[in-house]
Ligand binder design. Structure first.
Ligand code: GUE
Length: 344
């Protein structure tokens, strides 16, 4: 888990992920800070007719998906009287985690999903967390359980994730769900939200995957690894570039599709990118920005200003994969409620 982009998101987080990537940390973002107003986002249909790179607008796709979910939630409530429910367990008071949990809650409200929240103090015991999980496991109004990561270091993440009933594992982090994702001829009950959001963006932008070369940068349990499995299920030829890969830029330059999830700001430069490649940037990295009220801004793993010149399409940060992650969480919660109530 150490190389997960999730854990490097916050400027409160202590250590950078991987050693090989560390020498890129000093790269600074190019001076112009791009703004992604909806006005310069091309409509999806225009993508194939224009040769300059397109912004893959995750924020608006996520909004579209939330509208679809919202309609399904209403239909379900009206026909069988069931409202999907998501329980989120937050341990400790990391600011970034609290923000994410708040955003998830808001997103639930926006589509009519019930949200429950357990806020436990940093010094809680593992047993206390397990008690909450077992309460939610047994609660029929809860269709999805999410344990916000990272957990405090005194807790055993594996024990805790193993305790979530797989039928409610809307994060898709249970080893049985991951195992099924990895096996041909089997299907997991849930696909992890961030990788699922990446593939959904490729689908909705009409990017062909079958037979294409894909490179995933990063091998975390929550993004890189499941993203590589999903691409393989989509019939891409997949390579995984990681902290011990020699010549990562050369490998990455072969890719028609790049998914980067390492948590190193602006690591992927122009010379890593094959002209015309499609880039999904999962990194959400805070970098100092005196012009911003917060004192920092968020940038991806990919140097956006360089990528936009060579790639055919790129996801921005923010407004790319992040909002899709939340939309997929809502979708998984709906899928769970439909499944348990046999509602089609
Ligand atoms: N059990 C678990 N499941 C998770 O899915 C999970 C987690 N733990 N721990 C933390 C990470 C991080 N994560 C994000 C979700 C949405 C945005 C998001 O919406 N970002 C926006 C806004 C960024 C901002 O301005 O702060 C954007 O990129 O546009 C980002 C990050 C889910 N995570």
């Amino acid at each position: 888990m150490a190389s997960s982009v999730f854990f490097t998101h916050s400027h409160y987080s202590s250590s950078p992920s991987s050693s090989l990537f560390r020498h890129h940390r000093h790269l600074v973002a190019p001076p112009t800070s791009l703004r992604f107003s909806s006005s310069h986002v091309a409509p999806v249909a225009a993508m194939t007719t224009d040769s300059s790179a397109k912004v893959i607008d995750g924020k608006s796709v996520a909004k579209q998906i939330r509208d679809e979910i919202s309609a399904e939630v209403s239909r379900m409530r009206e026909s069988i009287g069931v409202i999907p429910g998501l329980a989120v367990i937050l341990v400790g008071d990391r600011k970034d985690s609290a923000t994410y949990v708040r955003n998830k809650k808001k997103a639930c409200e926006s589509v009519g999903i019930n949200s429950l929240e357990a806020n436990l103090p940093e010094d809680s015991t593992e047993e206390e967390v397990l008690n909450y999980i077992s309460g939610y496991n047994d609660d029929p109004s809860v269709h999805g359980i999410l344990v916000q990561l990272p957990l405090p270091s005194h807790m055993n993440e594996q024990n805790i994730l193993n305790a979530v009933r797989i039928e409610k594992d809307v994060d898709g982090f249970h080893p049985l769900n991951i195992g099924r994702l990895a096996m041909r001829g089997r299907d997991p009950l849930f696909v992890p939200c961030t990788p699922k959001g990446c593939i959904e963006l490729l689908h909705r932008y009409g990017v062909p995957i079958k037979g294409k070369r894909a490179v995933v940068i990063g091998r975390s349990n929550i993004v890189g690894m499941p993203a590589a499995l999903l691409l393989q299920r989509e019939d891409a030829t997949v390579s995984v570039v990681h902290s011990r890969t020699s010549n990562p830029e050369e490998v990455t330059r072969q890719a028609d599709i790049i998914i980067s999830a390492v948590g190193q700001p602006n690591m992927v430069r122009e010379n890593w990118i094959k002209p015309g490649a499609v880039i999904i940037d999962v990194g959400i990295n805070p970098v100092e920005d005196p012009n911003s009220a917060r004192g920092y801004k968020l940038v991806g793993d990919v140097c956006y200003e360089e990528a936009i010149k060579v790639a055919s399409a790129v996801t921005p940060v923010p407004g790319g994969v992040g909002p899709m992650t939340i939309a997929m969480l809502l979708q998984n919660t709906l899928i769970s409620a439909k499944r348990v109530h046999n509602f089609e």
